[in-house]
Write a protein that binds this ligand. Structure first.
Ligand code: DAT
Ligand code: MG
Length: 153
């Protein structure tokens, strides 16, 4: 298994609640390299497109409202097994349940409930490729996701 890249997002409540330093310390201690990062204010269209797979779910509207409620910090994390390692560090989707079943996970520390869960992680190589190119230029130069003026903070 070679080096892999995954997309991580610190969602609006995570940024607002000053969890960025704690989360970045976990990222560094766990051996990831942050190869790209930027702060983005998603609009409704962008958030809906990013979460298109959930567009028929009843929580979709709330999810879009939450994800557009303030800026997010988007990062590309690289290491061996980055996708599954980051998913295991963030813990289960429901931040409230995470506090009981995975108390050391990031969502247990900064998540509130199943909607406001503070962080995102790609769930497969296919989604990580799609999600990274949604926010960042890929080397061939195609553009998606907008707001690239705020690249590389
Ligand atoms: P994950 O973010 O763990 O991959 P997911 O892809 O199933 O979870 O859902 C995407 C986001 O949608 C999730 O981070 C928070 C929100 N969400 C998921 N299930 C929900 C629910 N039952 N009620 C409210 N929001 C939900
Ligand atoms: Mg998901």
């Amino acid at each position: 298994i070679g080096r892999e890249a995954t997309l991580a997002i610190i969602k609006p409540d995570g940024l607002l609640g000053n969890y960025t330093e704690t989360i970045k310390a976990t990222i560094a201690h766990s051996g990831f390299k942050i190869s790209r990062e930027k702060v983005v204010q998603l609009d409704e269209e962008g958030a809906a497109s990013f979460y298109a797979e959930h567009s028929t779910k009843k929580f979709f509207h709330g999810l879009i409202k939450y994800m557009t409620s303030g800026p997010v910090l988007v990062m590309v994390l690289e290491k061996e097994n980055a996708i599954s390692h980051w998913r295991s560090l963030i813990g289960p989707t429901d931040g409230r349940k995470a506090k009981i079943t995975h108390p050391d996970s990031i969502r247990a520390i900064c998540g509130t409930d199943v909607e406001k869960n503070c962080v995102h992680g790609s769930d497969s190589p296919q989604s990580s490729e799609r999600e990274i190119s949604f926010f960042f230029d890929i080397p061939s130069g195609s553009q998606r996701g907008g707001d690239d003026e705020h690249d590389e903070l």
